[in-house]
Design a protein around this ligand. Sequence first.
Ligand code: AR6
Length: 186
Amino acid sequence: MNEPRRIHALEVGPAVLDIMLGDITRLDVHAIVNAANRSLLGGGGVDGAIHRAAGPELLAECRTLGGCATGEAKITAGYRLKARHVIHAVGPIWSGGDRNEDQLLAACYRNAIALAARHGLASLAFPAISTGVYAFPPARAARIATGTVVSEIAARADAPGRIVFCCFSEESARLHSDALIDFGLG
Ligand code: AR6
């Protein structure tokens, strides 16, 4: 896929939120978020794309991390990526909605922003975590992703000043735009 293009941008307080369409591995931001699994040892989807683009050094560093619990996040270097860091977040596997999936997905966004803040990172890009192999309903996930990011930006002054939702389909980009509009933003 080509260079990501901006679909929608808006200011929320001191921060800028961007909805972009394209391959997250091409983005020039301080950190990209990986939709990883608990082993942190790679996989398909965006995880596979990030490991391919970053090179084998990323897997070597991931092997030292001892995995990651669902809803949590861990940070590594970005190696051959433009992004200096990768924040690996483990989304929930959708299993009907009564296994805390909403809260676990929100925790991924919250914990990734907290890690970025702790490392002083000014820009951060998210894929639509859990909406691929993990089968989380995409509209519901887009509402949780945008709602959590907007409330974290409001709650903490050290959040990155630019946060990107890097969507991989027109439909996903539309769902994120619609969710922001439903919050009275956009
Ligand atoms: N750039 C941006 N978004 C992408 C890219 C890309 N290059 N490639 C895929 N997406 P998924 P999950 C979108 O399946 O559901 C892996 O095997 C994709 O269209 O990557 O959290 C892990 O190792 C979808 O909207 O992640 C885990 O085992 C979104 O990224 C498992 O999959 C997430 O899809 C995690 O499943």
